[in-house]
Design a protein around this ligand. Structure first.
Ligand code: 6PG
Length: 236
């Protein structure tokens, strides 16, 4: 796959077949990465859309989970047992993978707010092999991806990266502050899969495909680049 000016687009008739197809794709990618390099690094996203995907992936037999590292594209700055925690989501839905030896690298470190824990988070992320074999991203109806939110405090630094893997952001929506991979870190990927469902996200996606400021739809930072190949996976 070579990066192109526009992402590949894979449409499925329903969300179950989408989850099944992407799970099979990720399984093949894990096997190929481990066969080629002895290890696979997956960056996952939270939210609700990937739950069916993770549930499917967790049931697939014979994956080399003991040679796989899992981390996150972003995290709400809450403890893993908080219902909002992406770490908690991954630990629950991919429990079989963890039981088979997958190493999970969480982004929530010590400190009351992300900026207090950022140095620790950065060290943790530095232990994950790069380029990442896959970065799985979602998108909100406001065009955010990971925790790169339009109007979010810290967005400019997170987009610029400034040589860092992680950045602290305060989204312009209710909820806890977050830590996110910076855009340059997200693009250190052999492959990016953008997983979105529903007509409203499709409309936002189509708008983000059109040229315009990245601050309007930060997902544009992923869609309009040639560093990493992107495939968008969509179902109604
Ligand atoms: C998060 C995710 C975020 C998510 C989008 C879409 O922490 O919530 O990383 O970027 O992918 O908000 O979320 P849904 O899948 O719930 O629509």
């Amino acid at each position: 796959m070579t990066p192109s000016s526009e992402p590949a687009f894979r449409e499925h008739p329903d969300r179950d077949s989408l989850a099944a197809a992407l799970a099979d794709h990720i399984a093949a990618l894990v096997r190929a990465a481990v066969a080629a390099r002895g290890i696979c690094a997956l960056v996952l996203s939270g939210g609700t859309t990937p739950v069916a995907l993770f549930a499917r992936l967790a049931t697939l037999p014979g994956l080399p989970w003991d040679r796989t590292v899992l981390t996150l594209a972003d995290e709400r700055w809450v403890e893993p047992d908080d219902p909002a925690s992406n770490e908690g989501l991954v630990r629950r839905t991919l429990a079989p993978a963890l039981a088979q030896g997958a190493r999970f690298v969480g982004l929530k470190s010590r400190g009351a707010v992300p900026v207090d824990g950022l140095a620790e988070t950065e060290l943790r992320l530095a232990s994950v092999p790069r380029p990442f074999d896959l970065v799985l991203l979602g998108m909100g109806d406001d065009g955010h991806t990971a925790s790169l939110f339009p109007g979010g405090e810290g967005l400019a630094d997170a987009l610029a990266g400034q040589g860092r893997l992680a950045a602290s952001v305060v989204p312009a929506i209710p909820g806890p502050p977050r830590v996110t991979l910076t855009l340059p870190a997200l693009l250190q990927a052999r492959e990016i899969a953008l997983l979105i469902t529903g007509p409203s996200k499709r409309a936002v996606y189509d708008a983000a495909l059109r040229p315009g400021p990245v601050e309007e739809f930060p997902v544009r930072g992923v869609l309009h680049q040639a560093a990493a190949p992107v495939t968008t996976w969509w179902a109604p």
